[in-house]
Design a protein around this ligand. Structure first.
Ligand SMILES: N[C@@H](CCC(=O)N[C@@H](CS)C(=O)NCC(=O)O)C(=O)O
Length: 199
């Protein structure tokens, strides 16, 4: 069975959410990333940076939520969370899969750390443009690819949730409505239920 290396109140929620959306059984392995205690060897192998979430699936183990989400959504293709490689929206899908690690997260770092925006020099653009581009994408769409929910919605939806929780989300009816749609998904609620044990 797939192991999900997970910690409460962390980005690991998105790993649980994806696995719940896929309907794949998994074992939740809690790693307390806030403690200095030595971590198990299988976790250290999966996550050289010592970060959650990470997964182990047989001989394959990897961290970085976008990386393992690509892996899982392609492996469990019947769940319909990833367009097939030759589908017309595969390019859009890949772009939005990488929007979280490539653009949202560094732009959040810019905002939280008070780094001066410099979209010419910074690979992620800047925080206001990141929000503007996301709003533009979701203005007339239910989900990032239109009518069908995909794995990129797990990554981006969880990032929007994160920004909302930390007061970093500007006033945005478009992103607020998107977040409500994400939260209304039964798989989101099942992933959040893991948190309750550590509240
Ligand atoms: N880019 C990573 C970010 C993961 C990450 O930063 N996880 C944090 C918790 S939210 C962590 O494990 N921090 C512990 C540490 O770095 O020691 C991903 O998307 O999976």
């Amino acid at each position: 069975m797939i192991k999900l290396f997970w910690c409460e109140r962390s980005r690991a929620m998105r790993g649980a959410w994806l696995l719940e959306e896929l309907g794949v059984p998994y074992e939740l392995v809690r790693i307390d990333v806030r403690s200095e205690d030595p971590k198990p060897a299988d976790f250290r192998k999966a996550s050289p940076m010592g970060k959650v979430p990470a997964i182990q699936d047989g001989d394959t183990s990897l961290a970085e939520s976008a990386a393992f989400s690509l892996y899982l959504a392609d492996k469990y293709t019947d769940a319909g969370l990833a367009p097939l490689p030759d589908a017309p929206d595969r390019g859009d899908y890949l772009y939005w899969m990488i929007y979280t690690p490539g653009t949202i997260e560094p732009a959040m770092g810019e905002k939280f750390s008070g780094i001066a925006p410099n979209k010419l020099a910074h690979g992620w653009g800047d925080f206001p443009t990141m929000i503007q581009v996301l709003e533009g994408r979701l203005r007339d769409r239910t989900w990032l690819l239109g009518d069908s929910f995909c794995a990129a919605d797990v990554l981006v939806g969880s990032s929007v949730n994160f920004m909302k929780m930390f007061g970093a989300l500007p006033d945005s009816p478009i992103l607020d409505a998107y977040l409500e749609r994400c939260k209304a998904r039964p798989a989101f609620a099942r992933a959040m239920a893991h948190e309750a044990a550590y509240a």
